[in-house]
Ligand binder design. Structure first.
Ligand SMILES: [Zn+2]
Length: 180
């Protein structure tokens, strides 16, 4: 009889401990499941870019809008950029360093108001970084050569990648294909 009471008492004391240890594990698991980007682009965290310039130099080379967006991670207003509805055949380069980033072959009309592509020309052209500003977790995309902020990549794009590289027109410089 006495033994039974002690056993009950132990169970009673131990049950919250058991509960807490389980919920602790759940918490750890959800941390591991932190949204991660499904692109194959390299991570830009702590990366030192091949092209390094002072703000003064960038300001001398770029328009104020281009500087605000590419060097200060700004965003142009939707439906205001020069390339969101643009349909020319050619290559979109980084406005800062000329790195060839996107081709008109992967550009599509996403309806977002920003130029959208389902893939970069080459995955090595772009690096990504987790962006938690504005109360959201997004994946920032940057030029792999100079670190210019380009925009973000989302997982609601069309086939075959299912990705949407959403880019500010101000960070791009279009070069049309030469007719032969
Ligand atoms: Zn660049």
């Amino acid at each position: 009889m006495k033994f039974g009471i002690i056993l009950l008492l132990i169970l009673f004391i131990a049950s919250p401990l058991l509960f807490f240890s389980v919920s602790g594990e759940e918490k750890a698991a959800s941390c591991d499941a932190f949204p991660h980007d499904k692109t194959s682009n390299k991570k830009g965290e702590g990366m030192s870019f091949q092209i390094q310039k002072s703000d003064k130099d960038w300001k001398g080379q770029l328009t104020p809008e281009q500087f605000r967006i590419t060097r200060e991670k700004g965003t142009e207003r939707a439906f205001t950029g020069k390339y969101y509805a643009f349909k020319g055949d050619g290559v979109y380069k980084c406005v800062c360093c000329g790195n060839e980033l996107f081709s008109s072959d992967t550009k599509y009309e996403s309806g977002s108001g920003w130029p959208s592509y389902w893939a970069p020309i080459d995955e090595d052209k772009i690096v990504t970084e987790t962006d938690t500003t504005l109360g959201m977790t997004r994946t920032e995309i940057m030029c792999a050569k100079c670190g210019a902020h380009l925009g973000h990549v989302f997982e609601d794009g069309p086939k075959p990648t299912g990705l949407r590289y959403c880019v500010n027109s101000a960070s791009l410089d279009f070069e049309g294909e030469e007719e032969e």
